[in-house]
Ligand binder design. Sequence first.
Ligand SMILES: Nc1ncnc2c1ncn2[C@@H]1O[C@H](COP(=O)(O)OP(=O)(O)OP(=O)(O)O)[C@@H](O)[C@H]1O
Ligand SMILES: [Mg+2]
Length: 246
Amino acid sequence: MLKLIGVEAFYGKIKALHGVSLEVPDGKLVCILGANGAGKTTILKSISGVVEPEMGTIHFDGVRIDRLDPEKIVSLGISHVPENRHVFPELTVHENLVMGGFLVREKSLLKVRLEEVFDRFAIMRERKDQLAGTLSGGEQQMLAISRALMLKPKLLLLDEPSLGLAPLLVQEIFATIKNLHQSGVTILLVEQNVNQALRIADYGYVLTSGKIFLSGTYEELRREEKVREMYLGEGKYVRRARLWGS
Ligand SMILES: Nc1ncnc2c1ncn2[C@@H]1O[C@H](COP(=O)(O)OP(=O)(O)OP(=O)(O)O)[C@@H](O)[C@H]1O
Ligand SMILES: [Mg+2]
């Protein structure tokens, strides 16, 4: 469904992506893992058209999208839930959702979409008249995802949805993502919560300094000593430290 080939992106003279190639097959949940500053957000921004790649190509559903405007890319069926959620704090939950459906011209269809979101997330229906800025962090993340679903995207881009949430809410967000995946939404997920992300993903890419350094299924990546050490906290150095009782 989505294919990046040799994507290079810059911020001024700083090169953030060094020839990134990756694929997201229809109906799959793919995750991108990597440390702070690795370029994860830049990949998502390149897909949604916020950053224009200098080199390489991005195809979605057979259409080349790397030279298109963000609005056109949204209309093709890609919704991006950005880092730090960015809900409109002064608007109610209901108003935020209507904003999310900005490309839905027919009022009746907008209503149907709202109902679908409310059926999926009971908490959104419960809080529909509450100002988004007064929701808890976890609820704001649910709202950001709900808002993106208002356009019934074929592909959902999620940028660190679990960031800054309490452990219980992290579980809830991952359960939500798993549910979305099971209901057929194709998802590209960026996470630093490696263990949890890999558990629900079909495939993972590990990014370091703007380059894909490894890729594979959970089982394949788990076998990589470097991944275990860097991300899963169970590599040989950690084991040695445990042996020595520290
Ligand atoms: N608007 C910008 N202007 C200049 N440099 C930027 C800009 N946005 C990102 N960068 C740089 O590009 C590189 C990749 O940033 P990016 O935000 O894609 O990383 P990330 O993997 O999403 O990190 P994090 O996990 O901290 O969100 C970093 O070195 C960052 O400093
Ligand atoms: Mg980021």
